[in-house]
Design a protein around this ligand. Structure first.
Ligand code: SAM
Ligand code: SF4
Length: 317
């Protein structure tokens, strides 16, 4: 379906849980989420109904996200049914990777095509610091399990954080030589409560091209990242700039939260509830959400923070 600004909306990002086994400092509070009542959250059946309704309106790409989607019981079954939904051509999942050693094979067998795995540092102490509890070893084992499972594509996501991982830009980029993966550097977004990070932690994406003058620009693929490659690398480097150079004009996505709210725009407070509706009802609300998608997300910087009244674990990125 085409929105009021001529954008074809073909991509649904579905957050299947707000819960997570980590507590990344830029994403969620240390004490976790205040657990909502079970009845407030979408059931698995409602999630599948929403996917069918979205597919009937022209959505062809689905990303499962969270919170951490792999902590959700029955995630493999949910992926299997989502992959089998008529119209869904591409099923992707975003994860912190720590549970992939057990789940990479079953997810691939269930029909997940592509994985994005988050990795902000290659230093075990810094990993424990930024995630407030994670073990780098488990994330690396997860990436290796994903590589063994044979997904169509694996991307690593790194949030650029000044004073934390800017010194690791070359080492992180070098992972595209070590493994057949793309690595994307993503600007830190000023969410509702981005924890400890203020304006000084924000780095524009251009810091990457400054630190890596050997980067060669390569053909763009229509996605949101500006694409480059290191000489002799197996994968590409993507730069994603939601803050310094927004890509709203090319936005093809809508989001659905685990508590059933459609978000026409990541950084807007507007939400439309799907909870309790049947497929026809959901289709109408999705149509409404697409037609209410704003032209752009408005000013976004560390003084004009995101207007979404949610942390990232409650939206899905
Ligand atoms: N738990 C999974 C993971 O970490 O990949 C999926 C959910 S997480 C919310 C999705 C993505 O959002 C991750 O790549 C994470 O790094 C990113 N993210 C979270 N908070 C962010 C922020 N304030 N700015 C930029 N990216 C953020
Ligand atoms: Fe969890 Fe992902 Fe948020 Fe980190 S970024 S706290 S892994 S949901």
């Amino acid at each position: 379906m085409v929105d009021n600004y001529g954008r074809s909306i073909t991509y649904l990002r579905l957050s299947v849980t707000e819960l997570c086994n980590l507590r990344c400092r830029y994403c969620m509070p240390e004490d976790g989420v205040c657990k909502k009542r079970h009845e407030e959250m979408l059931t698995q059946e409602e999630m599948l109904t929403a996917i069918r309704a979205a597919a009937s309106l022209g959505v062809t790409k689905l990303r499962i996200t969270g919170g951490e989607p792999l902590v959700k019981p029955n995630i493999v079954e949910l992926c299997r049914e989502a992959a089998a939904t008529p119209g869904i051509e591409e099923l992707c999942l975003t994860t912190n990777g720590t549970l992939l050693p057990r789940l990479a094979g079953p997810l691939k067998a269930a029909g997940v095509h592509r994985l994005n795995i988050s990795l902000d540092t290659l230093n075990a102490d810094k990993y424990r610091f930024i995630t407030r509890r994670g073990e780098l070893e488990q994330a690396i084992a997860g990436i290796e399990a994903a590589l063994d499972a044979g997904f169509d594509k694996i991307k690593l996501n790194t949030v650029l954080i000044g004073g934390f991982n800017d010194d690791e830009i070359p080492a992180l980029a070098d992972l595209t030589r070590r493994w057949p993966v793309d690595l994307r550097f993503i600007e830190l977004m000023p969410m509702y409560d981005s924890g400890d990070f203020g304006p000084e932690a924000f780095l524009p994406y251009t810091v990457v091209t400054e630190r890596l003058p050997e980067l060669q620009s390569v053909a763009q693929d229509g996605g949101v990242a500006k694409l480059f490659r290191l000489p002799d690398a197996q994968g590409r480097i993507g730069l994603i700039s939601p803050v310094s150079a927004h890509f709203c004009a090319a936005c093809n996505r809508i989001r659905l939260t685990a508590d059933g709210r459609l978000k026409p725009c990541l950084h807007s407070a507007d939400e439309i509830s799907l909870k309790g509706l049947d497929e026809d009802g959901m289709r109408e609300k999705i149509r409404e959400a697409i037609l209410s998608k704003p032209q752009w997300h408005g000013e976004l910087n560390y003084y004009e923070r995101s207007r979404a009244h949610r942390n990232m674990n409650q939206i899905g990125g």
